[in-house]
Design a binder for this molecule. Structure first.
Ligand code: URA
Ligand code: SF4
Length: 188
């Protein structure tokens, strides 16, 4: 399956009830050759309206975070979410919705074959890293599965709510940059 075939199939998805309330499905944005994938939780209001991930206030902060370490949403990363359709009132996606949607994400990273996956926030890390993951304790830690390195950092929306987490996130970003320099070939 090609990227365009995958995206076309995903756009028509009705595997869970979020399809009934979405305006636009949010598939992902960025380079289809990126070595690094960022995975958030799910679309919010602005994303649902535009069809692009991380375009609201949290998205602006994410862009700033990426820029600090020489990354850019349209150039050298791919950005998507655990669920592709907006949960009403921005509630957490239900387990049934995560389970219904996860195959789309799996298909995306099979095509992308990223070297690094960065989980943004506790929901994404809980799904992709698993175990008894605690974001306050485990952000910045590296995990390896199927030859992909995983790490997580605080969700930019959480950083907007609690700016005291920003220094730790800066450390995580610099550590991500170090890892990119070590294992990525085309990013920088
Ligand atoms: N929050 C997310 O987790 N994803 C988005 O795309 C926007 C906000
Ligand atoms: Fe399909 Fe995922 Fe949207 Fe549910 S959230 S309808 S599984 S694309």
């Amino acid at each position: 399956m090609t990227w365009d075939e995958l995206e076309g199939a995903c756009q028509d998805c009705t595997k869970c009830s979020l399809c009934e309330t979405r305006t636009k499905l949010v598939f992902g944005v960025g380079s289809r050759e990126a070595e690094i994938m960022f995975v958030g939780e799910g679309p919010g209001e602005n994303e649902d309206l535009t069809g692009e991930p991380f375009v609201g206030r949290a998205g602006k902060l994410l862009d700033d975070m990426l820029e600090i370490i020489g990354l850019s949403r349209r150039k050298n990363v791919y950005i998507t979410n655990i669920v592709k359709c907006r949960p009403p009132n921005n509630r957490d996606p239900l387990n049934a919705e995560r389970d219904a949607c996860i195959d789309w994400l799996r298909a995306q990273y099979k095509l992308l074959r990223p070297k690094i996956i960065v989980c943004l926030g506790r929901i994404s890390a809980g799904v992709l890293i698993g175990g008894d993951f605690k974001i306050t304790r485990d952000h910045g830690r590296w995990y390896e599965k199927d030859d992909i390195k995983f790490m997580s950092m605080f969700h930019p929306a959480a950083l907007l709510r609690d700016p005291t987490r920003r220094p730790e996130t800066f450390v995580d970003l610099k550590d991500l940059q170090r890892e990119i320099r070590e294992i990525c070939e085309t990013t920088y």
